[in-house]
Design a protein around this ligand. Structure first.
Ligand SMILES: NC(=O)c1ccc[n+]([C@@H]2O[C@H](COP(=O)([O-])OP(=O)(O)OC[C@H]3O[C@@H](n4cnc5c(N)ncnc54)[C@H](O)[C@@H]3O)[C@@H](O)[C@H]2O)c1
Length: 439
């Protein structure tokens, strides 16, 4: 339970988690809350300083407690210890360091560095459990030989296993417990050790796979299938807009079919997981001379959505007789999805850049994202004041959307509202003299 400071059977941390980001931090705190102390390692010195001071910008909570409260409780209890170096006296090393995609190719260096850090302290009997999302074959063909470089043999001297991480940001604590887990290891003992560790927090079934590569690939299929489904529904939305149908109505109607479950259109697909997954799969596909045209096209479709949102803004401004160079746009929501503090690869940044390239003045309000740059508005009112267009890109609890219809009076006359998250209806905005567009 969060905040539990019960008698711990063994207060010496056996578990070390490398990478204290959106996955690693709540994962470490989940073990700590269950009475299994954790040393958390991250190479980002500033992050370690913040965590030691009990500061995180993540938007997670569990059973009524925020991640900030949980972090402070576990720090005080000594059950979560953030560090920059990997300790040598742990027996379980869990790696959650990601593989960024640079120019559409995986950039392995951060994860390789994490593996090298573990290699330096690896002892007989240790378990290395990889949880990062990786290209098929990474654990067996890249992680294994790297960890074996000092002479210890995987599957004999130490245990090596892979278990995909399947949480969604914002639901991490709940999903570490209740999301089914998939795992594979190099040997029976590797699997057994990994299942035991995963079972310390998971209440859901743990499925054992025949190989680490099967688990790695299944994880990519999970992410890419969402990417493809989002691309599809974004094309459906474009069709509805073109023929004058209400996208939300048509999607709701289609979803009354028992075997149809269309997702929601949006301003694009950001974050770490969905946009990267295809680029982990493609190098292996190319080796086999496979082109995967549907998956590649879906990615291109999703990549093109921010530009179509920017185009909606320019068209709405033109209809109002305002040139981009004299326009001011109020952007609500910087995060890559609703109710998130994560603005990595966020479509919002792409749209903002495209607007600025045409001379538009942009003001941003999103208190959930730790952005302190020059475009930041100090309040919702400040953001809306004297703007021509309100562009809604993400919902946040901290943005009081219900007060917006009233606040439209702060904007220039005949304010335009472009709502990519279906927060409002056309009627709500037009009653206040605004012009409403949605996807
Ligand atoms: N964010 C999600 O919701 C989510 C969900 C499922 C899976 N994943 C996967 O989990 C992995 C981590 O994702 P994330 O969102 O937590 O990333 P993140 O960027 O938030 O966190 C990664 C952390 O690793 C740290 N790091 C980099 N090199 C390191 C090293 N050598 N040693 C220790 N720390 C190091 C970084 O400083 C960063 O804090 C990725 O593979 C991602 O694809 C993420």
């Amino acid at each position: 339970m969060p905040g539990q400071t019960t008698e711990r059977k063994d207060h010496v941390p056996q578990i070390c988690i490398l990478g204290l980001g959106y996955v690693g931090l709540p994962l470490a705190l989940s073990f700590a809350m269950e009475g299994h102390p954790v040393i958390g390692v991250d190479t980002n010195r500033e992050l370690i300083q913040q965590l030691k001071a009990g500061i995180t910008y993540h938007k997670e909570s569990f059973e009524g407690k925020s991640i900030q409260e949980i972090l402070r409780e576990q720090l005080e209890a000594g059950s979560f210890v953030p560090k920059e170096e990997v300790p040598s006296d742990c027996t379980i090393y869990i790696i959650t360091v990601g593989i960024p995609v640079v120019k559409k190719e995986p950039f392995y260096e951060p994860l390789l560095q994490a593996l090298r850090m573990v290699r330096e302290v690896l002892k007989k009997g240790d378990l290395v459990l990889l949880r990062s999302t990786v290209p098929p074959g990474f654990s067996e063909q890249i992680a294994r030989p790297l960890l074996e470089e000092k002479g210890l043999r995987a599957g004999i001297d130490f245990n090596l296993a892979y278990s995909s991480e399947r949480i969604a940001e914002g639901k991490a604590f709940e999903e570490f417990r209740n999301m089914p887990v998939v795992v594979a290891g190099l040997s029976e003992e590797c699997c057994r050790r990994a299942e035991k560790v995963l079972g310390l927090i998971a209440r859901a079934p743990i499925y054992r796979a025949s190989s680490m590569t099967a688990v790695e690939t299944a994880k990519l299929f999970e992410n890419i299938s969402r990417d493809v489904n989002i691309a599809m529904v974004n094309e459906f939305a474009a069709f509805c807009r073109a023929v004058g149908l209400n996208t939300q109505e048509v999607i709701s109607l289609a979803n009354t079919h028992k075997r149809v479950n269309l997702l929601q259109p949006g301003p694009g697909v950001g974050g770490y997981c969905l946009p990267n997954a295809l680029y982990y799969l493609l190098p292996r596909a190319r080796e086999k001379e496979l082109s995967l045209p549907l998956l590649t096209t879906a990615r291109q479709v999703n990549d093109s959505i921010p530009a179509s949102v920017s185009q909606m803004v320019f068209s709405a401004l033109a209809a109002k007789g305002v040139s981009p160079a004299e326009a001011k746009i109020a952007v609500l929501g910087l995060a890559m999805k609703d109710y998130s503090s994560d603005d990595r690869q966020s479509p919002a940044w792409i749209i903002i850049r495209q607007l600025q390239e045409r001379g538009v003045a942009v003001s941003i309000f999103d208190p959930a994202v730790p952005y302190e740059g020059p475009l930041k508005a100090s309040s919702l009112e400040d953001c809306l004041r004297d703007s021509d267009c309100l562009l809604i890109l993400a919902r946040q609890k901290e943005i009081p959307f219900s007060s917006i219809p009233e606040l439209l009076s702060l904007m220039k006359p005949k304010p335009v509202v472009i709502d990519t998250r279906f927060v409002f209806t056309k009627e709500e905005i037009s009653q206040r003299g605004g012009v409403y567009y949605s996807l």
